[in-house]
Design a protein around this ligand. Structure first.
Ligand code: ADP
Length: 542
């Protein structure tokens, strides 16, 4: 017997409809690319997104068409997303930090037909647009007065283009499984791979993310998504915020400590999310100026492992709760968040940080397990590590065009490529990327643990651990360090500091000091490049 409940397809435009009806006057504040702070509301965004949809349809775009965006977090970018999705087309966020050739490759692979582009990226697009065969139209996210002189063909200012629509439009209706958005993983190995979100997965992910033990979002929050919309969906905040009716503060292109602080303070932001590097810049700015964070209540930190020093500073010096989170583009992106179950709530000091340092546990809607190389599930004992596999309604079941099929198990699990262990309380801790883990004499050494420990040294700005050839052990750890400006720590300083804090056989065999560590387009340490750089390195122990 089937249930007798209504069909109510989970479509993304219902999120913005709800925001308009229930929270119409709630503000969306943007640091515009032109410069000034611009204030709009959910009612404005709803009205303008309808115009985007109407205008796109009039220009000939249809269900399933891929429409790219190359833009920062602003209200206009949000309007574009909802307008695109509202006709059943697919927003395709492009990461401007990729190499231009990679962007061309990705656009051609996705066959993007049009693009919404911020002023910042017009020069970049001018260089590559000719190489994208499918591209028919460029919409620059600005008004006529700020329109630059450009060599781009078929180009129009967003506000002019929008003004030609009256907004008298009804969202298209289609199946909730219809594709809504697209995002390519940066592809540190091989070509980038396209992840295709559906309306259903986006709506469910927004609900999952908003739950109290996940991000705990409500209409009383003021949310500052520092994490860009082009990096894994801004961790779902572009959907979760309108779902709950929270005020949104969009940082535009300025992510330095002073600019982020200004928004946190003047807009009384209660909740924010970003990668560790952004928080490092903010904390440094706060230390220099002596400013405080009276309104900020909690920050989500993810994308790479959150150093303990960041957690301590936020919680002890500024009374801001840190929620360490893990996820990936393929998971929409949230996988786990480290909020405290009641059995840990009373923990204080280092014992509390020991839990918070973990990446956390998955909310309802994400299942996880760790397996050995034979796909045998490992015990949840907090130490046996293996490949981390996940499944759920907002986890990819394939890549666009069928690439990377080996990552999808026949039994419906997705192999994340991360290495982790899970403890008896259900908390997961990432120890490595499978391709980065150091294999010493058949045993695995976690590079993340070594790095987190090393950056705790007061003179260390950044640290990366890599495996280097060793005739006896196969590989042994080399620690690569960038010192803080004006500091000159020695190898002995670093090793003495680490001594006793990790197993003896995990201790790096050597420490190398460099001026800079290479990063990927999503801000992660580029281990491949680093390993190449140290390919012929001779360890003193060998
Ligand atoms: P890309 O792979 O394109 O850089 P993603 O954001 O999809 O972008 O990266 C996901 C990966 O980032 C995860 O598989 C994991 O290796 C790493 N990661 C994300 N959050 C954390 C975290 N809190 N701790 C450690 N690693 C993390």
């Amino acid at each position: 017997m089937l249930g007798l409940m209504q069909e109510w397809p989970l479509l993304c435009h219902k999120l913005i409809d709800n925001a308009e009806r229930q929270h119409g006057l709630r503000e969306i504040v943007s640091r515009s690319i032109e410069g000034p702070i611009v204030r709009t509301t959910y009612a404005d965004i709803h009205r303008r997104a309808l115009k985007v949809a109407q205008r796109l349809e009039r220009d000939g775009y249809r269900l399933g068409d891929r429409i790219a965006t190359l833009a920062w977090n602003t209200a206009r970018h949000i309007e574009a997303w909802y307008g695109i999705m509202g006709i059943g087309a697919i927003y395709h966020t492009l990461n401007p930090r990729l190499f231009p050739e990679q962007i061309v490759w990705i656009m051609n692979h996705a066959e993007d037909k049009a693009i919404f582009v911020d002023l910042t990226f017009v020069p970049l697009l001018e260089k590559i647009a000719g190489a994208v065969k499918s591209l028919k139209q460029v919409i620059v996210l600005t008004d006529r007065a700020h329109m630059p002189r450009t060599t781009l063909p078929n180009v129009v200012a967003y506000e002019d283009w929008l003004n030609e629509a009256d907004g008298d439009f009804a969202w298209k209706v289609f199946d909730e499984g219809t594709a809504a958005g697209m995002c390519y993983t940066s592809g540190t190995t091989g070509d980038p791979k396209g992840v295709v979100y559906s309306h259903r997965s986006n709506v469910l992910h927004a609900m999952i993310a908003a739950m109290p033990d996940a991000m705990g979002l409500s209409s009383r929050d003021t949310i500052l998504p520092v994490v860009p919309m082009f990096h894994a969906n801004a961790w779902g905040l572009g959907q979760s915020a309108p779902m709950v009716g929270a005020k949104l503060v969009m940082p535009g292109c300025k992510m330095d400590g002073a600019s982020i602080y200004e928004l946190l303070d003047t807009e009384k932001v209660t909740f924010s999310a970003a990668v560790p590097t952004v928080w490092m810049m903010l904390l440094q700015y706060l230390e220099e100026t002596g400013n405080k964070l009276p309104y900020l209540n909690r920050v989500v930190i993810g994308g790479s492992s959150c150093p303990r020093a960041i957690m301590t500073k936020f919680q002890q010096n500024y009374d801001v709760q840190v929620i360490h989170a893990w996820g990936m583009t393929e998971m929409s992106p949230l996988g786990t968040l480290c909020t405290l179950k009641p059995e840990y709530a009373a923990l204080q000091g280092e014992a509390r940080l020991d839990i918070q340092q973990k990446q956390g546990y998955p909310p309802f809607g994400v299942e996880m397990k760790v397996t050995d190389d034979d796909n045998k599930a490992q015990p949840w004992d907090g130490k046996t590590f293996g490949r981390l596999k996940v499944r759920g309604p907002a986890v990819a079941r394939a890549y666009y065009g069928g690439a990377g099929a080996e990552q999808f198990d026949e039994d419906g699990w997705f192999d994340t490529g991360d290495v982790a262990h899970i403890d008896a309380g259900g908390y997961m801790q990432i120890t490595d990327r499978a391709k980065d883990v150091i294999k010493s004499g058949g045993e695995w050494i976690s590079t993340i643990d070594l790095e987190n420990l090393a950056v705790g040294h007061p003179d260390v700005a950044e640290a990366a651990a890599i495996g280097v050839q060793h005739s006896k052990w196969g590989e042994r750890p080399l620690l690569v360090i960038v010192a803080k400006p004006g500091k000159e720590p020695t190898k002995a300083d670093i090793l003495d500091f680490m001594d006793g804090k990790v197993a003896k056989w995990w201790m790096p065999d050597d420490v190398a000091f460099v001026g800079e560590i290479p990063h990927t387009a999503t801000g992660k340490i580029q281990k491949i490049t680093l390993r190449k750089q140290f390919k012929d390195y001779r360890l003193p122990t060998d």
